[in-house]
Design a protein around this ligand. Structure first.
Ligand code: SF4
Length: 219
């Protein structure tokens, strides 16, 4: 299958050169790890995957190919109007539309006005089930279990590089965000993370050396 994964980091297109510089050098590094994990899982499951982040650089529809079987959109609530607009575009193309991220977790029912599936918590098994068509459309779905594994920095390197390119090139000042844990030991009732127990991930120490070796080969 042809699968697109796009994370919306910004909700509007760039208006001025200062916006563009700020978004290109700072805001783009707000890219999340789970959309990258979804992209890796789809690739590991044998699918053809395109991953992109939208930070106001250009028309988000042009960041992915036109002909997709499934599109995963990750969005926070401020960018949800843009996510919904994208869902309308892809549904007109008969693409299965799936939304995840903070907005889907907080407002899954609202997401179903525009998306086929709204995902609250996911892992590789749930992504496989989605791609195998195990869920009816217009459904809120969740793995219902804590996230135990995420792809390593090395496995996510194509996505990390795609998210870190500035002007189509890797720069010396490119930044690689790393996630050492998920969840939280507290349970604030206003927070989407209140029900996720804390979990540490291994392999952070080796990530910077992997990144250095990969970038060195591209200079
Ligand atoms: S707001 Fe959320 S992440 Fe922060 S301490 Fe409370 S439960 Fe944890």
């Amino acid at each position: 299958m042809k699968i697109g994964v796009i994370e919306l980091i910004e909700d509007t297109a760039s208006k001025s050169w200062t916006d563009r510089i700020y978004r290109a050098f700072f805001k783009k590094y707000h890219a999340s790890i789970i959309p990258q994990a979804v992209s890796v899982w789809c690739r590991q499951l044998g699918h053809q995957v395109w991953y992109a982040t939208y930070y106001g650089q250009r028309d988000p529809v042009r960041l992915l190919p036109d002909e997709l079987d499934v599109v995963f959109v990750a969005s926070y609530t401020q960018a949800s109007a843009l996510a919904y607009a994208l869902a309308k575009v892809y549904r007109m193309r008969k693409t299965l539309t799936v939304i995840g991220g903070p907005h889907a977790k907080a407002f899954p029912r609202d997401c179903l006005r525009f998306f086929d599936l709204a995902v609250k918590d996911c892992d590789k098994t749930l992504i496989d089930d989605i791609l195998r068509g195990h869920f009816d459309r217009h459904t809120v779905i969740t793995s219902g279990r804590p996230l135990r594994e995420i792809p390593s920095a090395e496995e996510r390197m194509p996505e990390i590089i795609a998210a870190s390119l500035v002007g189509g090139r890797l720069r010396r000042l490119s930044v690689v965000p790393l996630l050492s844990s998920v969840g939280c030991p507290y349970s604030c009732d206003f927070c989407v993370d209140w029900s996720n127990p804390p979990k540490l991930f291994p392999g952070i120490a080796s990530a910077s050396s992997i990144w250095r070796s990969k970038t060195a080969t591209r200079r």
